[in-house]
Design a protein around this ligand. Sequence first.
Ligand code: IDP
Ligand code: MG
Length: 140
Amino acid sequence: MTQQTLSIIKPDATQRNLQGAILKMIQDAGLKITAMKMIHLSKKQAEGFYAVHSDKPFFDSLTDFMCSGPVVVSVLEGQDAISKYREVMGATNPANADEGTIRKAFALDIEKNSVHGSDAPETAATEIAYFFNQLEIVRS
Ligand code: IDP
Ligand code: MG
């Protein structure tokens, strides 16, 4: 099934100039970029994006981190794009990430783990709409 998913290249990665290397891994996996922009989130915008985690002990630190520098947000499209991108990303904690994944290659720790990817069709739709309107997404 063709799906769309939301990707974020997080501030730890943009700060180390890893946008290109990460986008190459995404494209090499066969995922197509159908929208993309670089933005610097405010604390409020980061809190809104991660609202599902607002009760977690790491919420304040996570949202501080997410607004500490620019991020690259993109819409990825392809066969089973949601699970495929989760595979390309690797485990949340880079200590558990498989060889060849983005997080194994670049993540610094469980928080500064370089990338975000949606985890289900419903969250993908909500997350894409958080950053992009329909006119900003290229039709494939
Ligand atoms: P995911 O990004 O792999 O889907 P989630 O559990 O949805 O992982 O957590 C969202 C983000 O919150 C993670 O990517 C990471 O940046 C941060 N995070 C998750 N668990 C922890 C933790 O135990 N300590 C600090 N930060 C965490
Ligand atoms: Mg998640």
